[in-house]
Design a protein around this ligand. Structure first.
Ligand SMILES: *Cc1c(COP(=O)(O)O)cnc(C)c1O
Length: 373
């Protein structure tokens, strides 16, 4: 069976180094807010180019804390609107509504699956305070138009960079394009911890200071609480694991690009719509705008396709079966209908792609996909 993603094997590559981290942490007897965290934060800042990195408990908290910090700083207030793609993972919306801000859903572009930047301006009102771009499936969602809109309407741009660590747009890394970015190190993400972890990156010193305090009970100094904060800290052990795995992320992303390149050039089946990278002019492997967290194709025969692949020993997943606005959790938005978002959720399937997917596995996946009829 070709697993969708084999986390056991992925981490086994680095087992010796990871076990050393665990042993160091046990020996040190120091579990939170120590040198492993500050070391990882420094390394991630170097990696993205963003001045400040704050390690937090998970990706959802990274986004929640960014918005909470903006509220505390008086940049936004309860009831203000944040534009977000309608087809994102629900976490993007949860970060917004948890802060009593209002998500304004905008449809994606059909080719990129990312926010349709031409549709944003119509959705901006006097209450709009931010645009949350999501680099979905690992592809950067960015253009100079975003900077222009941000300037014209005085908006913050927040990157949901849970899926695109290592992606680069015009020489700038994801996580260093907007005003602030949230990262997830959920085990299945391109840079996965061995448990939950996340981070915020920003070049804004006031925002960074605020987020650091908010993630630690609203406190800058022990037992002195300036704000009503959360407990959202990255464990030392996870920071240590992530520092090990960060060394290999470029090579791992490059491996993913090479697989995507093969899928895009060798899958030929009229029942399958392949994804179209935005930056088509460049050879896919050299297109750094995409880190291929997921390889998502579309087919109208999804159930039969998934069953056919499974019968042939290939596991696939759906990202995602239901748009956030059709979830029970958002019954207040169930009446909204986004035609393209609905189609995407009905037709998408993700093929296995990962840092240790072998060329034999890719051969097999391509031949099985091509023989589906
Ligand atoms: C994974 C993910 C998150 C949330 O990250 P967690 O670490 O699971 O909390 C947020 N947004 C997107 C797009 C994600 O894929």
């Amino acid at each position: 069976m070709i697993k969708f993603l084999d986390l056991q094997k992925i981490n086994a590559q680095y087992a010796a180094e990871l076990k050393q981290v665990a042993s160091d942490v046990i020996d040190a007897g120091w579990f939170l807010m120590g040198e492993k965290l500050s070391n990882f934060e420094t390394k991630l800042s170097k990696f993205t180019g963003a001045k400040y990195t704050i390690g937090v408990a998970n990706g959802l908290d990274a986004l929640r804390l960014i918005l909470k910090a903006y509220i505390n700083l008086g940049v936004m207030k309860e009831g203000d609107e944040v534009i977000v793609p309608a087809n994102t993972y629900i976490a993007s919306l949860l970060a917004i509504t948890d802060n009593r801000l209002v998500p304004i859903l905008v449809e994606p572009n059909e080719k990129s699956f990312n926010l349709d930047l031409d549709l944003i301006e119509k959705s901006i009102t006097s209450n709009t305070k931010a645009i949350m771009v999501v680099h979905l499936y690992g592809q950067i969602c960015w253009s100079n138009k975003l900077n222009e809109l941000a300037e014209k309407y005085n908006l913050k741009i927040i990157e949901d960079n849970a899926q695109a660590i290592g992606a680069i747009w015009n020489g700038i890394s994801s996580g260093n394009l907007g005003d602030a970015a949230g990262f997830s190190f959920y085990p299945g993400k391109n840079l996965g911890a061995l448990g939950d972890a996340g981070a915020v990156t920003t070049n804004d010193s006031k925002l960074a200071e605020q987020i650091r305090a908010l993630g630690n009970y609203g406190s800058k100094k022990k037992y002195v609480n300036e704000f009503q904060g959360l407990n959202s800290r990255m464990d030392e052990i996870q920071a240590g694991f992530l520092a090990v795995k960060l060394k290999y992320i470029e090579a791992e992303n490059q491996h993913r690009r090479a697989i995507a390149e093969r899928y895009l050039s060798e899958i030929k089946n009229p029942l399958i719509h392949l994804p179209v990278p935005v930056n088509e002019s460049i050879f896919v492997k050299n297109n750094k705008e995409h880190v291929w967290h997921l390889f998502v194709l579309r087919t109208k025969k999804r159930d039969a396709f998934q069953k056919y692949l499974l019968d042939n020993g290939i596991q696939t997943l759906i990202h995602y079966p239901t748009p956030p606005n059709k979830q029970l959790a958002y019954s207040n938005m169930n009446h909204l209908d986004f035609s393209l978002t609905n189609i995407i959720h009905d037709e998408v399937v993700s093929l296995p792609i990962g840092p240790i997917t072998t060329s034999e596995e890719v051969d097999k996946i391509i031949s099985v996909v091509n023989s589906f009829c």
